[in-house]
Design a protein around this ligand. Structure first.
Ligand code: PYC
Length: 309
């Protein structure tokens, strides 16, 4: 089979997104969760063709733009990466909204977008910023101790922000660019230990340290495919806000500036999602920049048509 996929590439605070506009797999017209199941079970080759080498790279996050099933949404999206699929993606959602703006499909104001894990609201602001009101986020475990091989005992929380995170501090390491290789090794060891400790769904590890300049915190986020998030991670920051809210360390509507390991930041806040104050609705504000408009060629006799595995 030969074909062509039209996509727009962007980056949000350094983290790249490739939004597929045309030529992606046909997934029917079910809910986004149902379409994700079909994508995963019968069209995974498209994910590899779009994301992995030779057309992509391990750090890239893809988003398939879909017609929404929910009539109150203007668009739907399924996010994926070098190893699988994501429930939600904060930086990717900001990249999607910037792509829709660049394609002339939306103007300043609010839209609603359906994802496999729920409906999110996104606002394109006058100044070019985009804020995402994410899915409900919450903490499920506090102060879990795990043994992370040579890195010793690590203590942290398990929380959901559209993906599953283990969140911890590292007194041993600086959260800084110069430490990315060590932070990656440590986060891999932590992830193995957290999964073995009974949290098999945790596939993102978030390590916190001291910020530089005007921010409240700096993070390093290990993604499922062993790449680190170049941005402060929208879903990871949502999980962080859920922990801060649960600990009474951040009040509703108080701004939290989350810096990523590269030094870029998101401005965030939350409101309570339920009367019992167990869940929050986080809002993440950032900016994306278009980097390329691309036509990916699928050529039948290309030995790497469906990616290098
Ligand atoms: O921004 O939510 C995010 C994200 C998840 C994985 C990479 N970025």
């Amino acid at each position: 089979m030969s074909g062509e996929i039209r996509a727009v590439d962007s980056h949000t605070a350094g983290e790249p997104t490739r939004i597929v506009l045309d030529g992606g797999p046909s997934l029917g017209d079910g809910t986004l969760a149902e379409r994700l199941a079909i994508f995963r079970s019968t069209h995974d080759a498209y994910r590899r063709a779009i994301i992995t080498e030779p057309r992509g790279s391990d750090v890239l996050v893809g988003g398939l733009l879909c017609e929404p099933h929910d009539p109150s949404c203007q668009a739907g999206v399924i996010f994926f990466n070098n190893v699988g699929f994501l429930g939600m993606c904060g930086h990717g959602l900001i990249g999607l909204v910037e792509t829709l703006r660049a394609e002339g499909k939306i103007d300043v104001g609010q839209i609603h977008i359906e994802t496999p894990v729920g409906k999110v609201a996104a606002t394109l602001h006058d100044d070019g910023d985009i804020s995402v009101s994410n899915v409900e986020s919450y903490r499920v475990a506090k102060d879990i101790e795990v043994h992370a091989d040579a890195f010793g005992t690590v203590c942290g929380d398990v929380a959901y922000g559209g993906n599953w995170f283990f969140l911890t501090n590292t007194p041993q390491l600086n959260v800084a660019r110069s430490e990315i290789s060590n932070l990656t090794d440590m986060a891999c060891a932590i992830r193995r230990a957290v999964n073995e400790a009974g949290y098999p769904d945790v596939d993102h590890i978030e390590i916190f340290g001291e910020p530089e300049g005007q921010a409240d915190s700096r993070n390093f986020v290990l993604c499922p495919g062993l790449e680190y998030d170049r941005s402060p991670c929208g879903t990871g920051t949502s999980a962080k806000l859920a922990c801060l809210a649960a600990d009474g360390k951040l009040a509703p509507h108080q701004t939290w500036i989350q810096q990523g390991v590269l030094g870029t930041s998101f401005a965030c806040e939350y409101s309570w999602a339920d009367a019992e104050q167990t869940r929050i609705k986080p809002t993440i504000r950032g900016r994306a920049f278009i980097t390329a408009e691309t036509r990916l060629k699928l050529t039948a006799d290309d030995p790497f048509c469906w990616g290098i595995q």
